[in-house]
Design a protein around this ligand. Structure first.
Ligand code: ATP
Ligand code: MG
Length: 585
């Protein structure tokens, strides 16, 4: 997608980004050498995420730095220094030990973004148990399924969520032994549960992390369910090195930063970058208990003096919908770097960042399975809006075609194919729980096959085309929904666009687009015709949709991704499949 390039100025030495010379760092990078950025457990006892994120700071110069700043729904602001976080997570680890919960056993959370969630995550990791966060808006059945797949032994939840969603499931979850309740106020006395704070208060705040092998299981993450039933990806303690390095390079994050990752820890972004990575760097992690609201978000950026902000395309599109004048009422000049992940970031959105905040959004690409950012736009590198950027140092990415036997790498630039990564980086998933065959089928000839289609240009930038499942074959053309959606996003009336292929006896498939409009535009035939013409001009008649339908909003996963398979199923009157992560609006 040719377009304007955002040139980055030469680095001034006092404000140089962490990665100021991509080519030379990439050429000399090795994961082994990078490992020296971490401490490792004392006396060579291995590598533990909890130690790298918390304990080593509590023992060093960051002891009194605020690790977590929680903006509570009540309006209260709760700060927790690295020293305090160390004590609280040690208490939680002791609490697990007292319950007899040990290495490899699964501790789930189902809460909003409250301090207890972060204590649970890090305390669980320190104990050598496996942390599995669930998104609090899930209904009972998706929760039951995930607890069962993950063989949860412990669940931390709130009183309200327990009564609404868990109590009815207890009988069907024989392996779920302990439910710890975070009470609204005072203590909780719900039968068959334990009170989180009562146990925490009683626990000792000294805890020695047991020897941890870097290959020990640490995290269990369910994928977003955009393409089907969510898969449970297993990650190990070694992943912390990729979290640390990718945040350093791709988010330009460092000690002293006020970092805001808007993703909920129920999704991998909210754990890898909403908990672990910023803490390994000694930054202050901003936690917002409330849900999205553009104006409030701007006030958070302003009042909390956020320096690095990591958000998602849907949020950016919502802000664009509200208009630039609203942003400009706020002082967001503390921001140094903005990034986005989760689905393709339309070029329009990158440029809007520049107008609204004076900084572009830096798109980056990764998956639950990759555990961390793999391809990114870096602070010091020119941006080609619409491109996902270039592979992280230490990551080898190629475009391949699957063959009956193995794969073939496509060397020539600009040809579409499947995005593949050389297997073996530290945060690569180590399995899909209970689905060994499916895991094996993700690899060929030493490469991990992502299931996403992309192309690489002559400068080594990667461009997302679409998920293999969403590609449209129309009259001999392979059409990626992203390209078509981005063309519509250039029109001032369009807030959101979702594109699907519909079976057609002649063309194979035809392209249909669903559009949600910005406020103030009428969904009438005049605008419909104008938009179709607008897209035809940009894309050509072979690629542009023939059909356009207006919707108030588009179906999305709770993590904010457009669910094209749901649009398609509804259009064709087919079963919608797994909709556990669908957010009904
Ligand atoms: P499921 O695997 O259950 O269908 P999912 O793939 O949406 O769900 P995640 O692991 O959360 O679950 O999302 C990873 C996917 O999100 C990527 O494979 C890609 O399709 C999309 N994605 C993430 N970041 C980007 C990006 N910057 N540009 C384009 N697509 C992206
Ligand atoms: Mg996926």
């Amino acid at each position: 997608m040719p377009g304007p390039i955002i040139r980055k100025p030469p680095c001034e030495s006092n404000a140089a980004p962490n990665l100021s010379d991509y080519a030379s760092v990439r050429a000399s990078f090795s994961w082994e050498t990078a490992g020296r950025m971490l401490s490792g457990l004392p006396s060579g006892a291995g590598l533990n995420i909890g130690y790298e994120a918390v304990d080593r700071h509590a023992a060093g110069k960051n002891a009194d730095v605020v690790a977590l700043r929680c903006l509570r729904k009540s309006g209260q602001i709760q700060d927790c220094t690295y020293t305090q976080l160390h004590a609280q997570t040690s208490r939680f680890a002791n609490l697990l030990r007292r319950l007899g919960v040990g290495r490899g056993e699964r501790v789930f959370s189902l809460t909003g973004r409250i301090p207890e969630l972060y204590i649970t995550a890090l305390g669980t990791l320190k104990n050598g148990s496996v942390f599995c966060p669930l998104f609090s808006a899930f209904g009972p059945e998706p929760i039951r399924l995930r607890l069962a797949i993950g063989e949860a032994r412990v669940l931390i939840t709130t009183e309200a969520l327990y009564l609404r969603k868990i109590a009815q499931l207890r009988n069907s979850l024989p392996k779920l032994e302990y439910v710890l309740i975070v009470a609204g106020s005072g203590r909780s006395d719900i039968p068959d549960t334990l009170d989180f704070h009562a146990l925490l208060d009683k626990a000792d705040d000294h805890f020695t992390i047991p020897p941890t092998d870097p290959e020990d299981w640490a995290l269990l993450h369910f994928t977003s369910g955009t393409t089907g039933q969510p898969k449970a990806a297993v990650h190990v303690h070694a992943a912390v090195l990729a979290h640390h390095v990718s945040a350093l390079f791709a988010l330009d994050l460092r000690g002293g930063d006020i970092f805001w990752c808007t993703a909920d820890p129920g999704w991998v972004t909210g754990t890898s970058y909403g908990i672990i990575a910023p803490l390994t760097l000694g930054a202050t992690l901003l936690i917002d208990e409330e849900e999205f609201d553009a104006e409030r978000w701007y006030s958070v950026l302003q009042d909390q003096q956020v320096t690095v902000w990591y958000t998602a395309p849907t949020a950016v599109r919502m802000m664009m919908k509200l208009g630039i004048n609203v942003v400009q009422k706020f002082d967001t000049s503390s921001l140094r770097f903005m990034a986005s992940v989760g689905e393709p970031l339309n070029p329009e959105a990158v440029l809007w960042g520049q107008q609204a905040f004076g900084l572009p959004f830096h798109d980056n690409w990764w998956q639950t399975e990759t555990g961390g950012i793999m391809i990114a736009n870096y602070a010091a590198m020119d941006i080609k809006p619409g491109s996902m950027g270039r592979p992280l140092p230490g990551i080898e990415a190629v475009i391949v075609q699957r063959r009956t036997q193995g794969i073939e790498c496509i060397e020539q630039p600009d040809l579409p194919g499947e995005l593949a990564l050389r297997a073996g980086w530290p945060s690569m998933f180590r399995g899909y729980l209970g689905e060994e065959e499916r895991y094996r089928s993700c690899f060929a000839d030493g490469w991990y096959l992502s299931g996403d289609l992309a192309r690489r240009d002559a400068d080594g930038y990667f461009w997302f085309i679409g998920r293999a499942d969403d590609m449209i074959k129309s009259a001999g053309h392979l059409i990626g929904p992203f390209e078509v959606e981005s063309a519509f996003m250039e029109h001032p009336a369009v807030a959101e666009a979702g594109v699907i292929g519909k079976p057609d006896p002649i063309a194979g498939e035809t392209v249909k687009v669903f559009i949600a409009l910005k406020p103030g535009y009428a969904a009438d035939t005049l605008l419909q015709r104008e938009l179709l013409g607008f897209a035809r001009q940009r894309l050509g008649a072979a690629v542009a949709p023939k059909e356009l339908e207006f919707r108030r909003s588009l179906p999305k996963t709770r993590s904010g991704k457009i669910m094209r398979r749901v649009l398609k199923a509804r259009e064709l009157g087919l079963p919608e499949g797994d909709t556990s992560t669908l957010e009904e609006t």
